[in-house]
Design a protein around this ligand. Sequence first.
Ligand SMILES: *[C@@H]1O[C@H](CO)[C@@H](O)[C@H](O)[C@H]1NC(C)=O
Ligand SMILES: *[C@@H]1O[C@H](CO)[C@@H](O)[C@H](O)[C@H]1NC(C)=O
Ligand SMILES: *[C@@H]1O[C@H](CO)[C@@H](O)[C@H](O)[C@H]1NC(C)=O
Ligand SMILES: *[C@@H]1O[C@H](CO)[C@@H](O)[C@H](O)[C@H]1NC(C)=O
Length: 473
Amino acid sequence: MGRRASSARPWAASSAGRTLLLFLLLPLLLPGCSAEAKRYEPTWASLDARELPAWFDEAKFGIFIHWGVYTVPSFGSEWFWWYWRGLKLPKFVDFMNANYPPGFTYEEFAPEFKGTFFNASEWADIFVSSGAKYIVLTTKHHEGFNLWKSNNSWNWNSVDRGPRRDIVKEIEVAIRSKTKLHFGLYYSLFEWFNPLFLEDQANFFQTRYYPPSKSLPDLYDLVNTYKPEILWADGDGNAPDTYWNSTGFLAWLYNDSPVRDTVVTNDRWGLNNICKHGGFYTCADRYNPGHLLPHKWENCLTIDKQSWSYRRNAPLSDYLTIEEIVEQLMQTVSCGGNFLMNISPTKDGIISPIYEERLRQIGSWMQVNGESIYGSKPWRAQNDTITPRVWYTSKPKENLVYAMFLQWPSSRILVLGQPVATFGATEVKLLGYEHPLKWTSLPNHGIVVELPQLTLDELPCKWGWSLKMKNIK
Ligand SMILES: *[C@@H]1O[C@H](CO)[C@@H](O)[C@H](O)[C@H]1NC(C)=O
Ligand SMILES: *[C@@H]1O[C@H](CO)[C@@H](O)[C@H](O)[C@H]1NC(C)=O
Ligand SMILES: *[C@@H]1O[C@H](CO)[C@@H](O)[C@H](O)[C@H]1NC(C)=O
Ligand SMILES: *[C@@H]1O[C@H](CO)[C@@H](O)[C@H](O)[C@H]1NC(C)=O
C-alpha cells in the first residue's frame, strides 16, 4: 500500500513535540500528498516501468463481453457497419438489400437494441459460475455507441436510445454487489464514422478535433464514474499515441485517478504501441505464442471462432468446444498469459445457452483444477518433452509443480520428460482424487506416473486433468 504514514510515534511525548510532529507529517497524512507515492511522467519510459498490480497475474481468467448495436443485425461480426458502408462488401450489402427497406441506416438499428431481457444480476451469476476472476465489458466499440451516457455521446448511447438504461452502471453494480470479480472496461479510441475523427484523419492527424471532444472526456468519465480495475483500450485508428495523448492520460490514471493503485491497462494506446507499451501485452487478437514471454500478456479469444459479436446464423461448428477451450487455457497460463474468453449477448440481453454452457463447463473444470491455474507461476518448462499436450505451472513458494494433461492414457501410465523426482521426498497427486499416486523415476530426467483405475463416473473431471507434484526439481 505504502501511501499511509504510520501514526504510532511513542517518542513524541510532549504536546509541543506532538504539534511540531503533526506539522511535519501533515503532507504525509493528507491523501494524494504522500511523499512516498511514486509519480509517473507522461513518457513510455516512465509508464512502462510501472509494476502491474499483482491481482491481475493471480486472476488468470477473465470474460470479455461484446455488446452493442451490432447485435441487432447480428450478422457477420461487430464490424458490420464498416463492412456494409465502409468497404461495401457484397455479403453485407446483399444482406441489407434482402432484409431492409432502401435507405435504411445503421442508426435505425439502435431502437431495436432493447435488451428486453437484460438482467445484470443473472449475467453476474453466470460469470461467477465460470470461475472467471474478472470481466471486461465493451463500453463503446468502433460504431461509437456508448453503453452509458457521457457528456459527449449526444443521443448515440444506451440511455437515450435502445434499452434506455445505463448498461455500464447496472453491470458494475451487479458485479460489485454480488461477486468478488474485478470489473474491467473496454473502450475503442476511434470511431469509423465520427466526423471529427474523419476530419483529423483527412489531415493526417495534424489536427486534434476528436480526442479532446470525445475519446479523452469519455475515458476520464469512465474512470471517475465506474472506477474500472482494467482499462482495455482498442482501435487506435492508425493514429499515433501523441494524437490520442495516451501518455498524458495514463500518467493521470497511474498518479491521480481513483484507481491508481489497482488499475491495469493493456497495450493498444496508439499506432505501433501494441506488444511494446502500456500494461500487459495483447499483441494480436487470439494471441497464443506457445512459449514463455518475459512480459505479462493476455490471450483474448472468442468462443465463436469467427466473431466477437453474437451471430444469429453461427453454426455449432463455429464455436470452440470445451476441449479446445481447456487446451487454450492450459497453454496460455503455462506460458505466463491470462486468458480472456469472449462472449456476446443477443440484442435482447440474453447470454445464449451455447455461451452459458461453455462458461459453466469451464467453471466445473476450474472447480477441480483451479489450484493449478489461479495464482500459479510459469515453471522452467512450459510443455513436456516426451508426452505432447502436457502443460506445466508451478507454485514456487510451496514447492509445487502442476502437470496438466489432455489425454488420459489408455495404459494409465503417464510419462513425463521434464520433472526430476527424488525418492522419499516427491509426492504426486491427481487433483480431485485423494490418494497419492505411484511413480518411478526415469534414468537421468523424467518421471513415470501411474494414474488410478477409475470408471468414467469416478473421474474427478472431464476434458483435462492436473497432476500436483510436490518436491520436484
Ligand atoms: C434479475 O435476476 C435476479 C436473479 O439473479 C432476480 O432475483 C431478479 O428478480 C431479476 N430482476 C428482474 C427485473 O427480472
Ligand atoms: C457534464 O456536463 C455537466 C453540465 O455542463 C457538468 O456539470 C458535468 O460535470 C459534466 N460531467 C462530466 C463527467 O464532465
Ligand atoms: C495530455 O494530458 C495531460 C494530462 O491530462 C494534460 O496535462 C495535457 O494538457 C494533455 N495534452 C494534450 C495535447 O492534450
Ligand atoms: C511444446 O509446445 C510448442 C508450442 O505449442 C510445440 O511447438 C512443441 O512441439 C511442444 N513440444 C512438445 C514436445 O510437444
